[in-house]
Design a binder for this molecule. Structure first.
Ligand SMILES: [Zn+2]
Length: 94
């Protein structure tokens, strides 16, 4: 980071956002991460518009309201599946 510049100022310079917009965006990202970290167990549902159409490759957890992108969702589900498989192996394949 450039000496003497805050992170929102640097983000603003890179993205073209005003410093207050960059600061608000960073706060929203941190709040989302906090929600996701505190969640007891995610149940992700793809975000859709009012007409029920898929609108993005983002997912919202119905438990904590945190959102993730498609890549994070795929890795979460892969880890979830692997954890379940590992649990079955440790229980003798039951
Ligand atoms: Zn969650």
């Amino acid at each position: 980071m450039a000496k003497g510049r805050s992170l929102p100022e640097v983000l603003g310079a890179i993205s073209g956002l005003r410093t207050d917009e960059a600061k608000k965006l960073m706060q929203q990202v941190q709040e989302n991460l906090d929600r996701l970290d505190k969640c007891p167990g995610h149940v992700f549902i793809q975000i859709r518009d009012d007409g029920g159409k898929r609108t993005s490759l983002r997912y919202r957890c119905s438990v904590c309201e945190g959102t993730v992108g498609n890549t994070e969702f795929m890795w979460y589900m892969r880890g979830y599946r692997h954890g379940k498989e590992q649990g079955r192996r440790e229980c003798g394949g039951q």
